[in-house]
Design a protein around this ligand. Structure first.
Ligand code: FPP
Length: 285
């Protein structure tokens, strides 16, 4: 189904064009999710206050989104503010992040329109300050008719709380309709996730080198390819998104099955009597 969005490759920087030229258009991801990390360390390395790292991080959000829209990426989902950030960061930092989000939406609306970007949110956003919710609604409404990349910001988001919310919503559906919960399927649960309207991420990128999932899209990343870069988020640009996609294309996605080559050789030897198998040929998952 890719690309369904008109490409604007001519708008890429020359560095981006070089990496893009090496990509296989038939194997582009539909959905890229990013754990944006390292704003504080980026600032610390420069003896700057943490908030300046977040401010520079907001610039990266805008630039990476624009590159995504130019290559026709349908879904880009960014971890902007976790439930844990909300609970565990100093109030002054949380308040700064809320103000930054509001000003980001306000000052980037025109650029989102120019780039045909639609903005959505996932998370317990009803717990955010009312004026932030109002600005979020305003930006979502204004961009709702855009048909390019959908930028989803995960805000006050946690993967486990998303699952709890999905189970609660399923229980309510069961009470309403008499649905049998003992016959629950994966599709039933999927319908109640915040991301029910999107495909699962194909590629999960994490910046700043940490090897953690940090409670992000726990259900949805079951088969995502994971790409970790040492680069801090404020230094992450569109060209690095393209490099991550190039790395993704070098991977072989198996979804628990066999590679094409393995499947072929396994077909060729499927008549092999089981008695000829020894312990060294035991298949691995
Ligand atoms: C991690 O950096 C990042 C965050 C806590 C949130 C991400 C926020 C932004 C990119 C800025 C604003 C975003 C929008 C959408 C306006 P960290 O503080 O955990 O870095 P550290 O691990 O180096 O301390």
């Amino acid at each position: 189904m890719y690309p369904t969005i008109p490409l604007r490759v001519h708008e890429l920087t020359s560095e981006e064009k070089t990496v893009y030229a090496g990509l296989d258009p038939s194997r582009m991801p539909s959905h890229v999710a990013i754990i944006m990390d390292g704003n504080g360390r980026w600032a610390g390395m420069r003896s700057l206050k943490r908030f300046l790292g977040h401010q520079q991080g907001a610039k990266s959000v805008q630039l990476v989104t624009e590159t995504a829209s130019r290559i026709g990426l349908p879904w880009l989902t960014l971890y902007a503010f976790s439930l844990e950030n909300n609970l565990r960061r100093p109030r002054a930092e949380v308040n700064f992040l809320m103000r930054l989000l509001k000003s980001y939406l306000e000052s980037n609306l025109q650029r989102m329109m120019d780039n045909n970007v639609r903005i959505h949110y996932i998370g317990r956003t009803h717990e955010l300050p009312q004026e932030v919710q109002d600005k979020m609604r305003w930006a979502a409404d204004a961009t709702s008719k855009n048909t390019g990349t959908t930028l989803t910001l995960a805000l006050n988001y946690g993967g486990r709380s998303e699952l709890v919310d999905a189970f609660r919503s399923l229980a309510a559906e069961a009470a309403r309709t008499g649905m049998r919960l003992d016959r629950l399927t994966e599709e039933d649960l999927h319908r109640h996730l915040y991301t029910a309207h999107m495909p699962d991420p194909d590629l999960l990128i994490r910046t700043s080198g940490e090897m953690r999932i940090s409670n992000y899209l726990l259900w949805q990343i079951a088969y995502a390819e994971i790409f970790v870069t040492e680069r801090y988020w404020p230094d992450f640009r569109g060209v690095h998104l393209l490099e991550a996609i190039a790395a993704y294309q070098r991977r072989e996605r198996r979804y628990g099955g066999l590679s094409d080559a393995e499947a072929e050789s396994s077909n060729a030897s499927e008549d092999e009597p089981a008695s000829t198998l020894n312990h060294e040929q035991t298949p691995v998952g």
